[in-house]
Ligand binder design. Structure first.
Ligand code: FES
Length: 215
């Protein structure tokens, strides 16, 4: 007689399950933190916007008028010895010096004369200095007629902007002049501090010959 074979339950298979790595710790940002980040991001965006606007306004491009080139046509240039011409656009006074004109009585260095562009800003406290055709300075040689006279504290300057008298620390500043086909261009951004040397900074200028009549 055969005995029934015992049914042996197979041993449960040991399954080795891969253990998933624990997720990295993600720092939790609180609601308040999010609000704070948003606030500072907004401030940073606003500041960078202001900075960009400021830089844009300061960047010199296509500067015209004072600070850049200002053209003066031949017809607007004064004759040698004539009263200076004020240029509103460029903030300067255009002088056509006759030979030797504009020096102090004590200055014996020759000056050939010519065109000089004087910045109209008084070097004392910045008032605009006009030309006074009738003014006779009691200083210097005491005979010359016509001077630049500052209306604020009375500094006076020769036709070449050389300081004669008053609290101004120096002579009127000069601007660079270039000759052109139609007259001159004054580079109002290229200025030199004024000094007794001003008369010798003038550039010779010959008026353009008259155009031949057209037939
Ligand atoms: S501002 Fe011209 S003398 Fe004072």
């Amino acid at each position: 007689m055969t005995t029934p074979s015992a049914v042996v339950n197979p041993a449960p298979a040991i399954r080795s399950e891969a253990v998933a790595p624990a997720p990295p710790d993600v720092p939790r940002v609180s609601r308040r933190g999010i609000l704070r980040i948003g606030f500072f991001a907004g401030i940073a965006a606003m500041l960078s916007g202001i900075g960009a606007t400021l830089l844009n306004s300061l960047y010199p491009r296509g500067v015209a008028g004072f600070g850049g080139p200002v053209a003066v046509l031949a017809a607007q240039i004064p004759k040698p010895g004539a009263p200076p011409v004020q240029n509103i656009e460029g903030h300067f006074l255009l002088v056509n010096l006759a030979p030797g004109e504009g020096r102090l009585a004590s200055d014996e260095t020759p000056a050939e004369g010519g065109l000089l562009a004087l910045w109209w800003k008084c070097p004392h406290l910045g008032c605009t200095v006009p030309w006074r055709n009738d003014f006779v300075s009691p200083h210097d040689d005491g005979h010359r007629r016509g001077d630049f006279v500052c209306p604020c504290h009375g500094s006076t300057y020769t036709r070449a902007g050389v300081r004669i008298f008053g609290p101004a620390p120096r002579s009127l500043d000069t601007m660079e002049i270039e000759l052109t086909k139609t007259g001159i261009t004054v580079q109002t951004g290229k200025r030199r501090e004024g000094s007794e040397d001003n008369p010798r900074r003038a550039i010779p200028y010959a008026p353009l010959p008259p155009r031949p009549p057209t037939t």
